[in-house]
Ligand binder design. Sequence first.
Ligand code: T46
Length: 305
Amino acid sequence: MYLRKIKLKDASLMHEWMSDSDITQYMRGNFSESSIEDAKKFIRNIKNIENRIDFAICSNTDEYMGTITLKNINRINNSAELSMVVRKKAMNKGYAWFAISEIIKKAFDRIKLECVYWCVPVENEKAIHFFEKHHFHENLDISREILDRYNDNIFLKWYSVLKGDKFDIPQQVVGCRVVNIKTIPTVEAGQLSFFEVDTDIDFEIKRVYYISKVNEGVRRGFHAHKNLKQLLFCPYGRIQLILENENGREEIELSDPSIGIEITSPTWREMLWLQSNSVLCVVASEKYDPNDYIRDYEEFRDFIK
Ligand code: T46
């Protein structure tokens, strides 16, 4: 899938969603009477609309799956409003998530914006579920100027992403808590991250170790612990962490110094170095005890039964 300029040939599939009231019921425009000619007119006109960029969301065979837009681009505060529509056929297939993550990257990296925001009518449960599932933050501090664009009678939920924000960070991975490590940025001098026992992590620290000088593609781990509690974080580089316990098997990429994962119950772990010299740091609740390791996978499965 990819994003590209909207073309005239997209008009008939654009008209398909325009005539689908399940899709248009939460949109501001009235599409009930619209024709393919209207879709064509829209496509011809969009390049003339100021402060706005539209993309077609496409399948790998160049089929139009929907539109994603940055509108009301404000060059004074470098913000823009996002809106998106996908055809029924494209729902639950990853198109919406692909489009939103791509456009947010474009907004910050290419268009040099600082903030992207959007809103959803509260009755649009499907859309709200999608944004919540991807852990977007609700924004309760939207300016009057933006709110005034909308009818006061509609209850809207607002979301926003700021430049530098990580989005789609889960709260848990197979039940293990994802810890937001407090991080203080210093202008043009990097950032400092810290955590403290009791307030930030749930165990006393008896040991600290870190794994370094590992080449890309190397895998480590392949064991679980019986009692040990640990907080794992990656202050430099990119490491994929695969975790498995009675809640299933899931992975998370550790690549942000302000994200850690706290493992406090028997959990099988595998680590894959996605970038050479990435550093994996671990604080642990106990001193090193080889008897606490379960290194055989079948034994681990029996252990958690
Ligand atoms: C874990 C993952 C994330 C010690 O002597 N003291 C220590 O504190 C540790 C952690 C290890 N060792 C010895 C044991 C082995 O001879 O260091 C050697 C390498 O350990 P291991 O093969 O267990 O390394 P990893 O990367 O597979 O696993 C390590 C931790 O051992 C483990 O507790 O959760 O990192």
